[in-house]
Design a binder for this molecule. Structure first.
Ligand SMILES: NC(=O)c1ccc[n+]([C@@H]2O[C@H](COP(=O)([O-])OP(=O)(O)OC[C@H]3O[C@@H](n4cnc5c(N)ncnc54)[C@H](OP(=O)(O)O)[C@@H]3O)[C@@H](O)[C@H]2O)c1
Length: 286
């Protein structure tokens, strides 16, 4: 059954992006997981989670191939995001990497193409290559990822930099540094943020966030899970969330987040348990 409860936010181009999507990091790496991954993405689409986030890096193209299988015959339903390796992001390299990505995804266009992180290739070159791809209709919007405030300021000074549609960053309850400077800067310019690793669910301390007592209490009051509350808080902060889920129950749970309304009291308890910093914190990355 489809649902239309997922809100959208407007990109600077005027196009709308859904606020809940599906991440694909770690997909396409293991043959035995392949069918479960395709099924999870298809289930998400069936439920109305139409934004899919990927990167040429994920499984070295493997995730894009998984996605091509999941979206076969239904490309027009999907808001497709991929990312380019920074070492490919020179003028020629960007065009070539995009072609490879489109080929793996079996599509003729990306909705959004992001520079995965900043390295040594001048931003001028990458942005000019993105503009060319946009003019050719191969990408409908472009943006960046893992850009701290100073990177955004550098990009904004470049011709075409004003077309940057989004910045995809590491943002969750335990990493609120962007609220001090990057988030207000982007908000002022109408640039929506995309929160990656919204559940902080990989790494050594993967259970620390979802097991937090404050989240458990709020979750209980909403008959929800702690993961749902962590995602609902991100939506409350106005950012796009792209949790990665292979288990069907997780895909279903993540959709329901669209309907959770956190109360003022919930927000107060969250701020107490996970305070936002009152000073500059360098952007965290993983
Ligand atoms: N731009 C970047 O540099 C960058 C970096 C990292 C990630 N990303 C993007 O952001 C996406 C999300 O980040 P992530 O994959 O690092 O971490 P995440 O989405 O925070 O966590 C994924 C983990 O959470 C579990 N999960 C999903 N929904 C859940 C739920 N409702 N309840 C409990 N557990 C749940 C998943 O389990 P199952 O899979 O078993 O269901 C998986 O183990 C990535 O897949 C990728 O597309 C971008």
């Amino acid at each position: 059954m489809k649902t239309s409860s997922i809100k959208t936010v407007r990109l600077p181009s005027g196009r709308e992006i859904p606020m809940i999507g599906q991440g694909t990091w770690r997909m396409g790496e293991n043959r035995t997981e392949r069918q479960a991954e395709v099924d999870a993405l298809r289930l998400g689409l069936d439920l109305g989670i139409t934004l899919i986030d990927t990167a040429e890096m994920y499984g070295e193209g493997g995730a894009e191939i998984i996605i091509s299988e999941a979206i076969a015959g239904r490309r027009d339903e999907v808001f497709l995001v991929s990312k380019i390796y920074p070492h490919h992001a020179c003028h020629e390299g960007t065009a070539q990497a995009c072609e490879r990505t489109l080929k793996r995804l079996k599509t003729d266009r990306l909705d959004l193409y992001l520079l995965h992180w900043r390295e040594s290739i001048p931003l001028e070159e990458t942005i000019s290559a993105f503009l060319k791809l946009k003019a050719d209709g191969k990408i409908l919007d472009f943006g960046v990822s893992n850009f701290d405030l100073s990177d955004m300021e550098d990009a904004a000074r470049i011709a075409g930099g004003e077309q940057i549609a989004t910045n995809q960053i590491y943002y969750n309850l335990e990493h609120r540094g962007i609220e001090f400077d990057l988030m207000p800067w982007c908000k002022e310019r109408g640039i929506p943020l995309m929160a990656y690793s919204p559940l902080k669910s990989s790494g050594d301390d993967k259970h620390a966030l979802l097991g937090h007592l404050a989240l458990k209490k709020i979750a209980k009051a909403h008959s929800a899970t702690t993961a749902q509350i962590a995602l609902a808080w991100l939506l409350h902060m106005g950012v796009v969330v792209i949790p990665k889920a292979v288990k069907p129950e997780h895909v279903r749970e993540n959709l329901v987040v669209a309907d959770i309304q956190l109360t003022r009291e919930d927000i107060k308890s969250i701020d107490k348990a996970f305070p936002a910093p009152n000073h500059k914190v360098s952007l965290a990355m993983r």
